[in-house]
Ligand binder design. Structure first.
Ligand code: OAD
Length: 237
């Protein structure tokens, strides 16, 4: 499988990469649906919603600050570094579901953080984006209009921001290889971008220690942790 995937990548010009929480597992960030996803007895799925924020914004902000601390303390792992390296050898685009900021810190520049970013807040009234580091504790107020700020994260039940997925779909239609890493595939939009790449003729590689929604239509399943397999597939610095 690794050899077939290497060959496909070696012959590819354009590579679409789609990543999920699994690529950051080896950096010590708990995945959404795996072990360690609980905080003070709450499941992520119960806090990352507009309803939870409307009910108790203070609680949701506390949870995000806790997650932000974990993300900021974590370091990119060899999987993130290998993905960043692809930009030097291929025309590549990275769509990540992760909000942890580890891809940009590893050097990826052609990326779209389709679910937002843990270091950024957004005004619920005027949509101004502000780094959380510049805001007060508690439930911060917008520096521009004094509206309530929320984490700039796509929550369960919300629709994607305009244009976010279009760039991925356009690239998917022209990609030679689609590399999908560390996602259960249960969020349908990113999975459907990978499916679109497949239908358009791309060779799909799934990197995951477990089967996922993507394994079903992948041309190669590299079974194992991405921190070990991606450097083997792509090469390490
Ligand atoms: P999940 O928690 O659903 O899935 C994580 C995947 O990573 C699983 O398939 C694991 O088998 C795999 N995995 C675990 N360790 C790994 C490793 N070392 N190397 C590679 N893979 C590994 O996370 P996502 O699929 O990213 O969205 O979930 C997507 C979205 O669910 C999140 O972005 C979030 C949530 O809804 C929003 O908040 C909008």
């Amino acid at each position: 499988m690794l050899e077939a995937a290497r060959q496909a990548l070696g012959g590819a010009t354009r590579v679409l990469v789609v990543t999920g929480a699994g690529i950051s597992a080896e950096s010590g960030i708990p995945t959404f649906r795996g072990e360690g996803g609980l905080w003070e007895g709450f499941r992520a799925q119960d806090l990352a919603t507009p309803q939870a924020f409307a009910r108790d914004p203070e609680l949701v902000w506390r949870w995000y600050r806790w997650r932000r601390d974990i993300c900021n303390r974590a370091q990119p792992n060899p999987g993130h570094l290998a993905v960043a390296r692809l930009e030097q050898t291929h025309d590549s685009l990275l769509l990540t579901q992760n909000v942890d900021g580890l891809h940009p810190r590893a050097g990826s520049e052609r990326l779209v953080e389709i679910h937002g970013n843990i270091d950024t807040a957004r005004c619920t009234a005027c949509w101004t984006l502000t780094p959380i580091a510049e805001l007060d504790d508690g439930v911060p107020r917008c520096p521009r209009c004094a509206g309530t700020m929320r984490p700039h994260i796509l929550w369960f039940g919300e629709t994607y921001w305009e244009g976010t997925l279009d760039v991925g779909l356009a690239f998917a239609g022209r990609a030679d290889v689609c590399l999908v890493v560390g996602t259960s595939g249960m969020v349908t939009a990113p999975t459907s971008v990978a499916m679109h790449a497949k239908r358009s003729g791309a060779f799909v590689i799934d990197v995951n220690p477990n089967t996922s929604e993507v394994t079903r239509f992948a041309d190669a399943w590299l079974k194992g942790p991405s921190g070990e397999l991606l450097p083997e597939l792509i090469g390490a610095d």
